[in-house]
Design a protein. Structure first.
Length: 134
């Protein structure tokens, strides 16, 4: 069985061969994995914001050993989210209008300014490193 990454790499090579370089770059970048930080860099019941591949992401550790990653932009009005300053009581709180999001799921909290969840980013842990893929 071919993996998603293998399929995307083959697609990228094929599109480059026929001259569709713009599409091949998109396909190749779609499968990119980045090592972001050591697990110790993200506090338990807290989070931290990183710039990765030209994007701002917020990595949380809602409980010891569980890591989640989200696009670090509030879905209410696009305000940037900072994990260090904006996580309280297992909620990500937007500094602009105080929209609240769950640190485990990214879901907007009831009664909050936002109704759309934060964008999720695929996250894994390997050899003590937090890695994301997008």
């Amino acid at each position: 069985m071919i993996s998603r990454r293998g399929l995307l790499v083959a697609f990228a090579a094929g599109t480059a061969a026929i001259g569709l370089t713009g599409l091949s770059e998109v396909a190749a970048n779609a499968a990119k994995t980045y090592t972001v930080c050591k697990t110790s860099a993200v506090p338990v019941r807290g989070g931290k914001t990183f710039s990765v591949g030209g994007k701002k992401i917020l990595i949380t550790q809602p409980k010891k050993g569980t890591f989640k990653a989200f696009v670090a932009v509030c879905t209410h009005q696009g305000s940037p989210l900072d994990g260090k300053e904006n996580i309280k009581n297992n909620e990500i709180v937007c500094p602009l209008h105080f929209a609240r999001f769950d640190t485990t799921t990214g879901a907007a909290k009831p009664g909050s300014q936002a109704s759309i969840p934060l964008g999720k980013v695929s996250v894994t842990v390997a050899a003590g490193n937090v890695r994301v893929k997008f």
